[in-house]
Design a protein around this ligand. Structure first.
Ligand code: ATP
Ligand code: MG
Length: 242
């Protein structure tokens, strides 16, 4: 298969926001970004035109820069508006949340007002299970249940903090406060841990640096309206040269 060609094979996984397809090369998948949005563990559903394209474009813009900053990722190339070619990985079933500022479930769980800055970044782990609502776990749980080894988690934590350093600065330069974000990591056939999945307004909280206006999926979650405009604005900011 020549590079850049959209030659999808069998559907491997369908999630709430993306589909993952096999390709002729067993080491590569094609990811398709859908226009669907879900929140609160898929209890709330929506869709808007341009969402898939926007998240695909934002992710495809950021991943090569993360690679250049020394973070190995699954990203190979953007194929078209909705598709990208990635390295096939086995996803580590641990969602990694990195927080700069209290918000969302952290604020709720601990009674800390949303918007309270944290004196150092906080890394949290959740078990990636829709059926259980992605419950919070700690590293002992992940190791004891065989979801990741101690070495895997050390690598994952280091990479997550490296991503945080890069992105926090990247967005600050574009007038955006990176409040928190969720990452997924996967294992290549040789065991190497790489950053997988997406980085987009679906998976990050972005607040405008001057107005604190929300520019992410909280617009949909909280019925604030203007989600399509906010995502488009984030694509514009992400692709701004500074
Ligand atoms: N390189 C990759 N190789 C294999 N699977 C991947 C890769 N990148 C992402 N995935 C997986 O693709 C699936 C579909 O993505 P999507 O964002 O739609 O999932 P989701 O509905 O949010 O569900 P989940 O809660 O499992 O993330 C996810 O399970 C994600 O972990
Ligand atoms: Mg997802």
């Amino acid at each position: 298969m020549t590079t850049g060609e959209l030659n999808r094979g069998e559907l491997k996984y369908e999630g709430k926001a993306k589909r993952v397809y096999a390709t002729a090369n067993p080491a590569e998948y094609i990811v398709e970004y859908k226009d669907d949005a879900t929140a609160f563990n898929a209890q709330k559903r929506g869709t808007w035109e341009g969402k898939g394209q926007t998240n695909n474009a934002i992710t495809a813009h950021l991943y090569p820069q993360l690679e250049a900053a020394g973070i190995p990722t699954h990203f190979i190339e953007k194929l078209d508006d909705r598709h990208q070619r990635v390295k096939a990985v086995v996803i580590v079933p641990v969602e990694v949340i990195v927080r700069n500022v209290a918000a969302g479930s952290f604020s709720k769980r601990l009674g800390i007002e949303e918007g309270t800055p944290l004196s150092r970044p906080v890394v949290e782990y959740c078990y990636k299970s829709d059926a259980l609502g992605d419950p919070l776990i700690n590293s002992d749980t992940a190791i004891a249940l065989g979801w990741a080894t101690q070495e895997d988690l050390k690598t994952i934590r280091e990479l997550a903090l490296k991503v945080r350093d890069f992105l926090t600065d990247y967005f600050a330069q574009r007038g955006v406060r990176l409040i928190d974000f969720k990452l997924e990591f996967g294992k290549l056939a040789d065991g190497e841990i790489v950053l997988a999945d997406e980085i987009s307004p679906d998976t990050c909280r972005f607040w405008d640096a001057t107005t604190n206006e929300k520019l992410d999926k909280d617009r949909f979650r909280r019925d604030l309206g203007g989600e399509a405009e906010a995502y488009a604005e984030m694509l514009r900011r992400v692709t701004t040269e500074v």
